[in-house]
Design a protein. Structure first.
Length: 265
């Protein structure tokens, strides 16, 4: 497993597959690169680059600090290790928050940006409802897992795909790292930085996403200059996997022609 060394000496594992221009894929909170296992092969003509966030997978698991800014710095260390000066970046969920930090603070490293099922964070974000929060706090792990699955995927998709599922978190994370990831996501607030994002940006979101409410998508699109918004009808949080047939070509078309207007669906 190849590693890059972060500024504090932590080892960050990364995975590079395929040939062509580099597309960085950033996973959700408390997940490692396996988040993208059912998706990355769909990005034909691209080299896909994933990382294991610190605290996950094969990366080091220090006790802190954890932040979306820090995750963006870790990704920069990986890009430096690979001598990738500029890449396309596609971040989903917390990965979208990391991508916001990278694009705002290191604009020279991002050619085009895709933000999926994510939010700006802070007081401007639309938070998930009380019922959703309650459903994720069962004392019975099986109930919590089922609730998370139903937030990720539609019932029809779950019935046709019995698993394994790659978006439910890294089961081998130590407790301190899980807390660190939660803190990083909760403390994210890029509202003041979003207008400084210069990369062409596509914002994607499932209309039926309750885990990260879909109302966050137009907030991001309006805040980032020139950003385009595409809502995936009927999709939930893991729209990128369940609707890969639609979203994969949509993302590739945007990345190939980031200045082209995206038709609404």
């Amino acid at each position: 497993m190849p590693y890059a060394e972060a500024a504090d000496g932590a080892r960050i594992a990364y995975q590079l597959q395929g040939d062509g221009p580099v597309l960085v894929l950033l996973a959700g909170q408390a997940n490692n690169h396996h988040w993208w296992d059912g998706v990355r092969d769909g990005f034909t003509g691209r080299s896909t680059l994933t990382i294991d966030y610190r605290g996950t997978g094969e990366s080091d698991k220090p006790h802190g600090p954890y932040s979306t800014e820090g995750f963006a710095d870790d990704l920069t260390a990986v890009l430096d290790e690979l001598a990738v000066d500029r890449a396309d970046v596609y971040g989903t969920s917390m990965g979208g928050r990391v991508a916001q930090r990278l694009a705002a603070r290191r604009p020279e490293r991002v050619r085009a940006l895709v933000l999926g099922c994510t939010s700006p964070g802070g007081r401007h974000a639309v938070e998930r409802g009380t019922e959703v929060r309650r459903s994720l706090s069962w004392s019975d792990p099986a109930q919590t897992r089922r609730a998370l699955l139903e937030l990720m995927y539609t019932p029809a998709w779950l019935a046709a795909h019995p698993g394994p599922y790659h978006t439910l978190g890294d089961p081998d994370m130590p407790r301190h790292a899980r807390r660190g990831h939660l803190t990083a996501s909760d403390r994210h607030d890029a509202w003041d930085e979003l207008p400084g994002i210069a990369a062409p940006t596509l914002v994607l979101h499932g209309t039926d996403d309750l885990l990260n409410p879909a109302a966050n998508a137009p907030l991001l699109a309006a805040r980032i200059p020139g950003a385009r918004l595409e809502l995936i009808q009927g999709a939930r949080h893991a729209y990128f996997e369940e609707r890969l047939d639609l979203v994969g070509p949509l993302v590739l078309d945007f990345l190939d022609r980031p200045d082209k207007k995206v038709d609404s669906r």
